[in-house]
Design a protein around this ligand. Structure first.
Ligand code: 5GP
Ligand code: ZN
Length: 116
């Protein structure tokens, strides 16, 4: 674990979070500043900086995708639809460098990007 990493510290239980789903390899918790009615962050328990690093571990990638899907089901999002996104790097405004899937839904989400 990386003690300087916010999400590693959430995995370690050092920082509280509202956990909605957990597996042996993944953790999902509510975003502290939700951008939609439902906004859950899904992370691998192991530290990968971003989706490019995660992609180097196919098993961990599959686990994360399955967990994101389970969260969407658990939050009742699959009927009306939802969005899963990975901000990656500077242009995307990634703030936390422990890879996380944003699962967003619970209301119409508007255009895919604010710029267009
Ligand atoms: P990023 O911009 O890196 O894709 O997303 C980081 C997300 O983490 C943001 O949506 C932000 O609100 C969320 N976040 C930042 N600090 C915390 C925290 O301490 N707890 C939780 N639950 N979410 C956080
Ligand atoms: Zn980390």
């Amino acid at each position: 674990m990386d003690h300087d990493c916010l999400f590693c510290r959430i995995v370690a239980g050092e920082i509280p979070a509202t956990i909605v789903h957990e597996t042996e390899t993944t953790l999902a918790f509510r975003d502290i500043d939700p951008k939609a009615a439902v906004h859950v962050l899904v992370i691998p328990k192991e530290h990968y900086a971003d989706v490019v690093a995660l992609a180097g571990d196919p098993a961990a990638s599959a686990d994360l995708l399955a967990a994101a899907s389970s969260v969407a089901e658990g939050e009742g999002l699959t009927g009306d639809g939802f969005r899963v996104l990975f901000n990656t790097g500077r242009f995307a405004g990634q703030e936390v460098f422990h890879v996380h899937a944003h699962v967003l839904g619970g209301e119409p989400l508007g255009p895919m990007l604010a710029l267009r």
